[in-house]
Design a protein around this ligand. Structure first.
Ligand code: ATP
Length: 372
């Protein structure tokens, strides 16, 4: 096992900066997910660990070793791609064994590793089949198996579930998580899907436009996003945002705009002076809205339900107030109908506030950037 370290790593393709001054440490045995929208630089980062892309600046280390100039085959890594890239004319057993044969691993050792990998990911009864006789999920398991037999220090996975249908994706997601719990090998996993990131990662690194935005556990990212980008990217359905202006002081400090009037939460009072008169972005998650009245430390407002999506236990409400579109997830026991005007409540401890220009989160203990 090993750590993976990006130390001021930059990757340029001509004028395009694909990865910009990336600093990130993946701990030994950790499941690190790199997540972000298309083009954010996550695949390029992974490929630099693998040695498939040259590094323009900075260093990449695996363990204590700088690997910038080490050939991919000498990096002690194994990679799983979106396309399974199996050899069609070989059986599963031979697909698993092939890389080891090339490396001149002894026959008994190959047999041991193939058997162990096949047991680990339940391929034992498929060893004599060829890839065309397997389902998509089984093929991806073979691709995983081929990585496992290498017994690498680090697994690298690039969107390995993208070719699977929704049900298989959920199943294979759990299998990979189980595999990591069993092997405890360092994994770096790339996806654009925040649900995959949240469910699989020990920690998640969120990227946008080549820049690392935030690194943390799924819960840290969900509870304490450092900026509007992370707040909107992590969580499903996405966080609601509303433009508001801060006014008043002390108990009268209030955020108004977009049809909302929200008392400034106590924890943000220390920032009240610096946000006074400023345009800010209020953020709150759909699941933190509920039907009911305002109260102590709970803001309230009215909104009209335009569309109601029944989800079984919950219902997803598309709401409007004064031109602002919001989403709420509430218990389906409320039986909301389209056109209903609802009283909604928002606990103030669930309110996030962002600088409208920089997108940075506003904390009670930190002054706001002087942008206004
Ligand atoms: P996706 O999920 O779409 O694969 P990504 O986050 O993995 O996106 P990268 O593939 O790392 O993004 O690409 C980052 C940026 O670098 C993009 O702007 C992309 O267009 C650019 N890029 C990637 N490979 C090359 C290349 N070989 N030549 C020029 N530009 C490239």
């Amino acid at each position: 096992m090993a750590t993976v370290t990006f130390d001021h790593v930059t990757k340029k393709y001509g004028e395009v900066v694909a990865v910009d001054d990336l600093n990130l440490e993946v701990n030994d045995g950790e499941f690190m997910v790199l997540v972000g929208p298309s083009g954010c630089g996550k695949t390029t980062s992974l490929r630099m660990i693998a040695g498939l892309e040259e590094i323009t600046g900075g260093t990449v280390r695996i363990g204590d070793r700088v690997v910038n100039d080490v050939a991919p085959k000498d990096r002690d890594i194994a990679m799983v791609f979106q396309s399974y890239a199996l050899y069609p004319h070989m059986t599963v057993r031979d697909n698993l064994a092939f890389g080891l044969k090339l490396r001149k691993v002894s026959k008994p050792e190959i047999e041991r590793r193939v058997k162990e990998a096949a047991d680990t990911i339940q391929l034992s009864n498929l060893l004599d089949r060829k890839p065309k006789e397997l389902s998509g999920g089984q093929r991806q398991r073979v691709a995983l198996g081929r990585a496992i037999v290498r017994e690498p220090a680090v697994f690298l996975m690039d969107e390995p579930l993208s070719n699977l249908d929704a049900k298989l994706r959920v199943q294979t997601r759990a299998e990979i998580a189980r595999l990591h719990q069993r092997l405890r090998t360092t994994m770096v996993y790339v996806t654009h899907d925040q649900v995959e990131a949240m469910t699989m990662g020990t920690r998640i690194a969120v990227m946008s436009d080549g820049l690392l935005q935030q690194v943390g556990s799924p819960q840290e990212l969900y509870d304490h996003p450092v900026n509007k980008f992370v707040a909107g990217f992590i969580g499903s359905p996405a966080m609601n945002f509303a433009t508001v202006t801060a006014s008043g002081t002390g108990d009268a400090a209030v955020l108004t705009g977009s049809g909302l009037s929200i008392p400034l939460p106590l924890r943000l009072r220390a920032a009240a002076d610096s946000v006074h008169g400023k345009t800010l972005i209020a953020g709150f998650r759909p699941e933190h809205l509920d039907i009911g009245d305002a109260g102590s430390n709970v803001a309230g407002f009215q909104a009209k339900a335009d569309v109601v999506e029944y989800l079984g236990n919950d219902e997803l409400l598309h709401l409007s107030l004064e031109g602002l579109d919001l989403v709420a997830v509430v218990s389906s026991a409320h039986l909301v109908r389209p056109g209903d005007v609802l009283s909604l409540r928002l606990p103030l401890d669930k309110l996030h506030l962002f600088d409208s220009e920089t997108g940075e989160v506003i904390r009670g203990d930190a002054p706001v950037a002087a942008t206004a």
